[in-house]
Ligand binder design. Structure first.
Ligand SMILES: Nc1ncnc2c1ncn2[C@@H]1O[C@H](COP(=O)(O)OP(=O)(O)OP(=O)(O)O)[C@@H](O)[C@H]1O
Ligand SMILES: [Mg+2]
Length: 222
C-alpha cells in the first residue's frame, strides 16, 4: 500500500521583500514499510517537506495523498486526529519539556486520547522501555539527561501512540557516533516491526543505512 504520495508539491515562504521556494515541485511516493533517508544541504527544504507530510504545515499547491486519501488542509481537526493517531514525530531539536520528566514528556501525545491517566502512564513507561531508556532516569527532569537519552525520550514519545509512520528530523544530529548508531538501530528495529520510517539526515552513514535515499537541493529532488 502507498502511504504517502506527493505530486508537484510547492511551498514558498515570503519574508518582507524576500521569498524562498522551500519546495519547488517535489514528487515521490512511499510504500508501507519503507525506510527512507532525506538528505540535502541546509535550507534545501527537508524540514519543510517533513512538516507538510506530517500535517504540521500546509502547502501552496500540489497533490498530497496520505494513507490513500487526498489531504484536505482545511480540515484542521480531522488532520490533527490523523497526526495524533497515525504519525510519530521526532523533531530536529527534540522539542521536549525540559522541566518535566521522561514519563510526562512521552505521555504528552496521549493527552489527546481519551485514555485514563494510569493507562497513559503505562504506555509511556512501555515506550521508554522499548527504546532502551534507563529505568533509573525515568523520573529525572529531561534537562538533566544526556543528548542520547533525550533523543530516546523523543523517540519514545513518537512511538507512544503506536503510529504507522515515524518522521524523524535529524535524530542523530547532536549525537556522538555510538549514540547515533544506537538511535539508528532503534529506528531500524521499528521499521522491521512494520512501521514506515522517514529520516532527515546530514550524515552519509545514517543515509546509507536506509533502504532508499531522497536527495533535495533548492527545494527539488535531484
Ligand atoms: N517559517 C518559515 N518562514 C520563512 N522561511 C522559512 C520558514 N521555514 C523555512 N524557511 C526557509 O525555507 C527554506 C527551507 O527551509 P528548511 O527548514 O525546510 O530547510 P532544511 O533543509 O530543513 O535545512 P536544515 O538542514 O538547516 O535544517 C530555507 O531557505 C528557510 O530559510
Ligand atoms: Mg531542517
Amino acid at each position: 500500500m502507498t502511504v504517502i504520495r506527493v505530486n508537484d508539491l510547492r511551498k514558498r515562504f515570503v519574508l518582507k521583500d524576500m521569498s524562498v521556494n522551500a519546495l519547488d515541485g517535489v514528487s515521490f511516493s512511499v510504500e508501507e514499510g519503507e525506510m527512507i533517508a532525506i538528505t540535502g544541504p541546509s535550507g534545501s527544504g527537508k524540514t519543510t517537506l517533513l512538516n507538510i507530510i506530517g500535517l504540521l504545515d500546509s502547502r501552496d499547491s500540489g497533490e498530497f495523498e496520505l494513507f490513500g486519501e487526498p489531504v484536505d488542509f482545511s480540515k484542521d481537526s480531522r488532520n490533527a486526529s490523523i497526526r495524533n493517531n497515525r504519525i510519530g514525530f521526532v523533531f530536529q531539536d527534540y522539542s521536549l519539556m525540559p522541566n518535566e520528566n521522561a514519563i510526562f514528556n512521552v505521555m504528552l501525545p496521549l493527552f489527546f486520547t481519551k485514555l485514563p491517566i494510569g493507562k497513559m502512564r503505562k504506555k509511556a513507561v512501555e515506550a521508554l522501555r522499548k527504546v532502551g531508556f534507563p529505568e533509573t532516569h525515568i523520573k529525572n527532569k529531561v534537562k538533566l539527561l544526556s543528548g542520547g537519552q533525550k533523543q530516546r525520550v523523543a523517540i519514545a514519545r513518537a512511538l507512544a501512540n503506536d503510529p504507522d509512520i515515524i518522521l524523524a528530523d535529524e535524530p542523530t544530529g547532536a549525537l556522538d557516533s555510538d549514540s547515533s548508531k544506537a538511535v539508528m538501530d532503534l529506528l531500524k528495529s521499528l521499521n522491521a516491526d512494520g512501521k514506515t520510517v522517514i529520516v532527515i539526515t546530514h550524515d552519509p552513514i545514517v543515509a546509507e543505512s536506509c533502504k532508499r535515499i531522497i536527495k533535495l537541493a533548492d527545494g527539488k529532488i535531484i
